[in-house]
Design a protein around this ligand. Structure first.
Ligand code: OAD
Length: 240
């Protein structure tokens, strides 16, 4: 039996499916990844742009970077990989989607309630009253201020050195602790805690599948590694 057939068979029998996605799933929509050739962290220093210290030092510079990323996302559409995950949510029981992506494309594709562990680029958070609001302005006037209290707004994104929201983290860990099949899609698996989810699922007895262009640190712990483009592989995994 081919690896693809094994995965299809496991998915068809699954009662609780957990999916983790990273930047690779949006690559075919034209969104740059973080690492590898052309990745955002190849041309920019994370410590200058994606840390609380960087924002404290120069909020305008940080907002300009997020404005650049928001501008690049205008008109970007989900690809067949995103759509396949939306169909899985519709057809398979116990579906949970955890994403490291902040682009919001899973929701646009139709996934309801994805667990966005690193936040969402289309949301802003007040640095004083902590109110979180949706904000689709492109560009956002920099630096923007809170409509409720007038204080400085920041992107609703988890930066390096910051903790993840505890409720969000709990949902992510629960999804992988109690799943029977785990799909790890388009992530380099080097950023914690997301990087530990494949191993957690495996230790709890789940059948773990990686979908990635290339081997990653997770490849050694998964049951099946499918190497190729997520937009081509995921549609082939859909139940008939
Ligand atoms: P990375 O840029 O680290 O990794 C992207 C992964 O996607 C790589 O393993 C690629 O091989 C794979 N890939 C690229 N194109 C693909 C395709 N078409 N199909 C399948 N796989 C493909 O991105 P992440 O792992 O998501 O955090 O990075 C994790 C976190 O690091 C991000 O959420 C971000 C970053 O710093 C924050 O901003 C907090």
């Amino acid at each position: 039996m081919s690896d693809l057939d094994r995965v299809r068979q496991r998915l068809a029998a699954s009662q609780r499916l957990a999916v983790l996605t990273g930047a690779g799933i949006s690559a075919e929509s034209g969104v740059p990844t973080f690492r590898g050739p052309g990745g955002l962290w190849c041309n920019h220093r994370a410590e200058d742009l994606a840390t609380p210290e960087a924002f404290h030092r120069d909020p305008k510079l940080v907002w300009e970077w997020y404005n650049m990323r928001r501008t690049a996302l205008v008109g970007v559409q989900p690809n067949p990989g995103h759509h396949a995950l939306a169909v899985m949510q519709e057809k398979l029981p116990g579906f949970n989607l955890v994403t490291q992506n902040v682009d919001g494309l899973h929701a646009v594709a139709g996934n309801s309630d994805p667990v966005e562990i690193h936040g969402n680029i289309w949301k802003v958070r007040c640095t004083a009253c902590h109110a979180i609001t949706g904000d689709h302005r492109v560009p956002i006037p920099t630096p923007p201020s809170c409509a409720a209290c007038g204080a400085l707004l920041r992107p609703h994104i988890v930066w390096f050195g910051e903790s993840l929201d505890s409720d969000v983290l709990e949902r992510a860990f629960a999804a992988f602790e109690y799943c029977d099949v785990a799909l790890i899609v388009g992530t380099s698996g080097v950023v914690q805690p997301a990087a530990s989810l494949a191993d957690l699922a495996r230790r709890r007895g789940a059948f773990v599948v990686e979908v990635n262009l290339e081997p990653t640190p997770a490849t050694g712990v998964v049951d099946v590694a499918l190497h190729g483009r997520a937009g081509e592989i995921l549609p082939q995994l859909l139940p008939g």
